[in-house]
Design a protein around this ligand. Structure first.
Ligand code: HEM
Length: 181
């Protein structure tokens, strides 16, 4: 994944746990500052290594780390790095969710090696929808839950997210979420 992801993780851990803890995570991961160039694309393993180190050093379950990261991404890293793309992707939670694929197309114009996820909204009502998430990666469901929580907060419409179905294997992940706000 792009180095911006690692930068987001660094900012989250530094702000929540302090610079020393971040230093420990970095040591444990075996990564160095080379892995933190925002516009450079790294093997996914680099990102998973960082998350694994955070799990060990912070003694926190991986789902909790990924969820916190997803939330931080939408509320902090995304707005700081590409606030304009987020701003033009919707003025409400359901609008943003409908536009996630377009959003990542815009991101891919800037980051050509992006391996973006894809999202489809179905069963849309005034206060709910089901979100169909497809990824070529696995293990990121908790990050999506955090992203959705952050997106709800962005528009002051806190949402509840439940997993309706989930299939993950070496080819990636297909997960359906029900989102209610
Ligand atoms: C300005 C805002 C955003 C930017 C700049 C952005 C950019 C990115 C980048 C750089 C990656 C790493 C993929 C790679 O390097 O190959 C990524 C992954 C991802 N993004 Fe976004 N994104 C944004 C907003 C969102 C939002 C609002 C959501 C969902 C609510 C979302 C869902 C995801 C997910 C789930 C992944 C993990 C990759 C996967 O599932 O395979 N992103 N995005």
């Amino acid at each position: 994944m792009y180095g911006l992801v690692h930068i987001g993780m660094r900012d989250l851990i530094t702000s929540a746990h302090g610079k020393n803890r971040w230093g420990e995570v970095l040591n444990r991961s075996g990564l160095n500052e080379d892995a933190f160039v925002a516009m450079q694309s790294y093997p996914d393993n680099t990102s998973y290594q960082l998350v694994g180190a955070a799990v060990e050093v912070l003694e926190t379950p991986v789902t909790q780390i990924l969820e916190a990261f997803g939330r931080h991404w939408v509320l902090s890293t995304g707005p700081e790095a590409y606030g304009n793309i987020l701003d033009m992707s919707g003025e409400s939670l359901p609008e943003l969710l409908e536009n996630l694929d377009d959003l990542h197309v815009h991101v891919a114009n800037i980051m050509p090696n992006l391996k973006a996820p894809s999202f489809q909204c179905k069963d849309v009502t005034e206060h709910s929808l089901t979100l169909h998430y497809h990824s070529s990666r696995q293990g990121l469901t908790a990050m999506v839950i955090g992203l959705l929580a952050g997106a709800g907060e962005r528009f002051h419409t806190p949402c509840e997210v439940e997993i309706v179905s989930s299939v993950e294997n070496d080819n990636g992940a297909d997960v359906i979420f029900s989102v209610t706000w």
